[in-house]
Design a protein around this ligand. Structure first.
Ligand SMILES: [Zn+2]
Length: 154
């Protein structure tokens, strides 16, 4: 299997609701995101001959997805009172609400799904929360294609 990997990072704040420890408080990370795409055979197309896909397209997609979360306060849905959210918004703070606990594990799945929706042959996404701690989510793009359904991925 051939693979290519692109890397980007973004800065954002989060906290873990219901966590007993430091991460219960608002804090920030430089999140590093690595996306790996793969194929058994390389493209025969004129432009992409000898490639899995154009590196530029993978980098562009990754940049767009990470920039969409850059310098935001990422909040799990229903983890802040409405008045708190309204007050933060009135102060001009930008909140990005997600329907999952904002852990590195969940972000790796979030990005995997985003690339999958873009028809990128994604195999794995790794998210570094700190320089030493990372989480990954992997799936098989080919399996989903063979099953004929974009949402049948295991
Ligand atoms: Zn954190």
């Amino acid at each position: 299997m051939y693979t290519i990997t692109a890397e980007e990072s973004f800065d954002s704040a989060h906290f873990l609701k219901g966590y007993d420890g430091k991460c219960a408080n608002i804090h920030g990370h430089r999140w590093r995101v690595l996306v790996t795409a793969g194929a058994e055979e390389l493209s025969a197309g004129a432009q992409t001959r000898g490639m899995i896909m154009d590196f530029g397209d993978l980098k562009k997609a990754l940049r767009e997805e990470t920039e969409a979360l850059d310098h935001l306060f990422i909040v799990e849905k229903d983890s802040l009172r409405r008045e708190t959210k309204d007050a933060l918004s009135e102060e001009g703070f930008r909140i990005f609400e997600v329907d999952f606990r904002p852990t590195a594990e969940n972000f790796s799945k979030y990005f995997f799904d985003r690339f999958y929706e873009r028809d990128i042959p994604v195999l794995e996404v790794t998210v570094f929360e700190t320089p030493n701690n990372r989480a990954s989510y992997s799936g098989d793009f080919r399996t989903a294609q063979a099953q004929g359904g974009r949402h049948d991925r295991i």
